[in-house]
Write a protein that binds this ligand. Structure first.
Ligand SMILES: Cc1cc2nc3c(=O)[nH]c(=O)nc-3n(C[C@H](O)[C@H](O)[C@H](O)COP(=O)(O)O)c2cc1C
Length: 320
């Protein structure tokens, strides 16, 4: 059974972005569910055997904290026996196992993983069956609508198979794999998926404000919304969406609030082994849309370590 979610707004899995520090921040700001960055099933299996020799668990490789719960781990990769092993390895640590069938990156689709699987109906069915049989925890799915414009409705068949095989929730990002991020997400597809499904549906794509979130819920009837790019450097969005859905109003946050929030993020990163390049990327995102942001970002680009970065951000805070 799925856990109970405290909010209808979820944080999307984002490689290089939804690290444990950002996830915790979003959770504290009201995200109902957070999902790890996608994780390669082969790496999980290989790492686990190395870690076992040192009496350590996979937690050393996939970092998280209990404060993030309910916490979903996203897996990718289609080799069935590796998938079974990886799912069993991670099951004790996570509340939900999510499966990625949306990633458009060529290095993923070329290994018959991510979005490429949408047109492999038989393999997809075996993947769902393998995962659902391997673990007792709920298995969920994240998909794009199709691979190219000519088969942009593949989600219909995949969703039906998923439900038959025991997948408990589906997130739809209604763009095709070949679209990447171009054009607008077609929210009508989320509406259609909700109509044909009897499991919870999570709508995803292009939500950047509380108004967008409400609009998606009202227009598609989806059970939950998932936010990716809109939450980058903006964990406040979850509180704002929750408030807006309840009261039709929400608190605005200032530049200083955003910088404060970056320092909170930075503080949290010290608990984990997050790459400096990723932290720097987050600093850039926390300064998006603010006055003088582009000058600040040029300085951030040149920073070489956490101390440099902290100084640049502190100076910006003082002069703001
Ligand atoms: C930098 C980045 C990394 C992403 N990594 C993942 C990932 O690991 N797994 C996944 O299912 N989707 C991934 N996505 C897709 C997002 O989860 C989401 O579906 C997409 O960005 C659309 O939502 P948005 O318009 O709210 O950003 C990623 C997106 C971005 C921008």
């Amino acid at each position: 059974m799925l856990p109970k979610f405290s909010s209808r707004a979820f944080l999307a899995p984002m490689a290089g972005v939804s690290d444990p520090a950002l996830r915790l921040q979003c959770k504290k700001m009201g995200a109902g569910l957070v999902v790890t960055e996608f994780t390669n099933i082969h790496s999980i299996v290989a790492k686990e055997s190395q870690l076992k020799e040192r009496m350590k668990t996979i937690q050393e490789f996939i970092e998280y904290s209990d404060e993030e719960r309910p916490l979903s781990i996203q897996l990718f990769g289609s080799d069935l026996s590796t998938l079974r092993k990886a799912a069993k390895i991670v099951e004790p640590f996570f509340d939900i196992i999510d499966y990625n069938m949306g990633c458009p990156a060529p290095h993923i689709t070329q290994q018959m993983a991510g979005g490429a699987l949408l047109q492999e109906v038989n393999l997809t069915q075996q993947i769902f069956r393998t995962l659902v049989n391997a673990v007792k925890k709920p298995v969920t799915l994240k998909i794009r609508s199709g691979v190219t414009d000519t088969n942009k409705f593949l989600f219909r068949e995949i969703a039906e198979i998923a439900e038959d095989e025991g997948i408990q929730m589906i997130t739809l990002h209604p763009r095709t794999v070949s679209q990447g991020y171009s054009g607008a997400a077609d929210w009508n597809m989320i509406k259609e998926l909700k109509e044909i499904s009897s499991i919870p549906i999570v709508g995803n794509g292009d939500i950047t404000s509380p108004e967008d979130a409400k609009h998606m819920i009202d227009n598609t009837n989806c059970d939950y919304v998932m936010i990716g790019r809109g939450a980058m450097g903006n964990p406040f969005l979850f509180e704002q969406i929750n408030d807006y859905l309840k009261t039709n109003s929400y608190k605005e946050y200032s530049f200083k609030d955003r910088l404060d929030s970056f320092f909170d993020y930075l503080h949290l990163t010290s608990r984990y082994k997050i790459k400096f390049a990723n932290i720097k990327g987050q600093a850039m995102r926390f300064t998006k849309g603010i006055e003088g942001g582009s000058k600040l970002r040029s300085k951030i680009t040149l920073s070489k370590n956490i101390e440099d970065l902290e100084k640049i951000m502190s100076d910006a805070y003082i002069s703001s």
